[in-house]
Design a protein around this ligand. Sequence first.
Ligand SMILES: Cc1cc2nc3c(=O)[nH]c(=O)nc-3n(C[C@H](O)[C@H](O)[C@H](O)COP(=O)(O)OP(=O)(O)OC[C@H]3O[C@@H](n4cnc5c(N)ncnc54)[C@H](O)[C@@H]3O)c2cc1C
Length: 328
Amino acid sequence: MTPNVLIVAEVDSGRLSLPTVEAAGVARSLSGPDGKIVGIAGGAGAAGAAIEFGEYGIERAYAIDDPRLDGAPAQAQTAYIAAAASAVGAHLVLLGGSTAGRDLAGRVAVAWKAAAANGVTELAWAGEALRVQRPVFGGRATEARLLRGGRAVVSLRPHAFPAAAVERTTCAVERAPAASVPPALLAPRRTGVEAVPKGTGPALSDAPIVVSGGRGVRTPENFRLIEELAASLGAAVGASRAVTDAGWRPTSLQVGQTGRSVSPQLYIAVGISGAIQHLVGMMSSRVIVAINNDATASIFRVADYGIVGDLFAIVPALTAEIHRVRGI
Ligand SMILES: Cc1cc2nc3c(=O)[nH]c(=O)nc-3n(C[C@H](O)[C@H](O)[C@H](O)COP(=O)(O)OP(=O)(O)OC[C@H]3O[C@@H](n4cnc5c(N)ncnc54)[C@H](O)[C@@H]3O)c2cc1C
């Protein structure tokens, strides 16, 4: 079998999002030299974003350049993605590891009558079936599944795969098959968006380094110690729910089960006990460093490096040392 792959793009400010570029890399490694890889993008400026697939060696894409899709619910996109998957003769529809990607994956699988898996960290063909793996139970176990039937819809875990290598080919963009979206599906539109207060550092979900603070910092004023450490590393700032529930910092910074899931190269947890609801949001980080004055804190069970001690002594010293080393 020569597997054909349809990559569903997520468009971010007129460009392919990082999760989409990661999906493009996976599609290229899975498809082999004879497999067909086609991208699909929808929303305002979709045609322009679809051309960008060419930068990652993907020579064909569909676009549905319709601004009404921006903010429309996932079911508005389901039908045309399923139609495109059939038109391409796809064996796999691949989505990036974002909330929208996870939401769409199940819907597309139902519409296209395919097997589905979300948050996948490994995938390989086993004949007509796709063998996938993903962390479950907050990362305490890995589930392996065989998606049979020759049709699979998979969303990837964010940052589990490298971004596609740049190849700079030309991508031919055509209008998507079945590109008309039933108006009824566009009806429950988003009527407003409240801007998340913009921090000065990188966005939490995409940042290669995240420094998170917990209740151990004691007061909202002390949280600046976390922010200063993060700034010294060019890192994003995160927080435990104890911090966001107390109103010390906005909920947009919360990491965990009811907050963001992050998988940075380096996660530094400061004054965070390591409750399971926090761990599920950061356990897949490549290297975890914990700073806590309680040597029995659960966070040390998942940490690669642990510093047992008072954060009010350790964090300023660490920040000062990073400033010194980096000549800040
Ligand atoms: C349904 C549900 C969903 C939830 N979702 C989330 C979620 O998404 N994210 C999340 O984070 N939590 C979530 N929680 C809450 C979670 O159970 C914990 O209550 C929370 O994570 C605790 O936050 P914390 O570690 O900052 O505080 P604590 O558990 O109070 O830990 C504070 C830590 O700071 C340490 N400390 C204190 N002083 C110092 C010092 N001077 N120096 C160094 N260390 C110090 C202490 O030893 C302690 O380990 C959820 C709970 C429920 C029930």
